[in-house]
Design a protein around this ligand. Structure first.
Ligand code: GSY
Length: 168
């Protein structure tokens, strides 16, 4: 059994409903058991900035799936939730990114672990550090340490706590 962290993001339509649907479908997926969910944060877009603000959150799961199997399941969820992405870096209904999978380092064309954004992006680090500040996101550096290193977390605002209830 591995512990993994999945980043959720949405910036089209009913963003909160998209994040909820993602968690619901994670709960229903064989081999995946969500254990903790961060608060939702409203975040200014990074990269291509001429697009709506995102809602971002992070889910901690236990999983019996291998990393590539987990990746495949996240893609199924994106498609099932009718993900629309108009441009490669542009708005999307729902994004699921595997951020961490135990302490595993993976460098495949479609899967890099830890996720390259996990150690540098406030929209990832703020929700990740909320539920797993001690998780290692960059050669021994924790999410909490990387978050402390950021110059600021402007553009990442708490949007909602306790937005989903897990039957543990
Ligand atoms: O990397 C995921 C998609 N994405 C995001 C995001 O989820 N949140 C914010 N704030 N900016 C982003 N830019 C991209 S691309």
């Amino acid at each position: 059994m591995a512990v993994a962290y999945i980043g959720l993001g949405s910036n089209i339509g009913d963003r909160e409903a998209h994040l909820k649907s993602a968690v619901d479908q994670l709960v229903r997926t064989k081999g995946i058991t969500p254990r903790r969910v961060s608060s939702i944060y409203e975040t200014a877009p990074v990269g291509y900035t001429d697009q709506p603000d995102f809602l971002n959150a992070v889910v901690e799961i236990e999983t019996t799936l291998e990393p590539t199997e987990l990746l495949a399941e996240t893609k199924v969820i994106e498609v099932d939730q009718k993900r629309r992405r108009l441009e490669h870096w542009g708005p999307r209904t729902l994004d699921l990114d595997i951020l961490l999978y135990d302490q595993l380092e993976v460098n495949l064309p479609r899967l890099k672990l830890p996720h390259p954004e996990a150690s540098s992006r406030a929209f990832v680090l703020v929700p990740l550090a909320e539920i797993a500040a001690d998780s290692s996101v960059l050669s021994g550096k924790t999410a909490g340490e990387c978050l402390a290193d950021l110059e600021d977390t402007a553009g990442v605002d708490l949007y909602k706590r306790n937005w989903v209830k897990l039957d543990l």
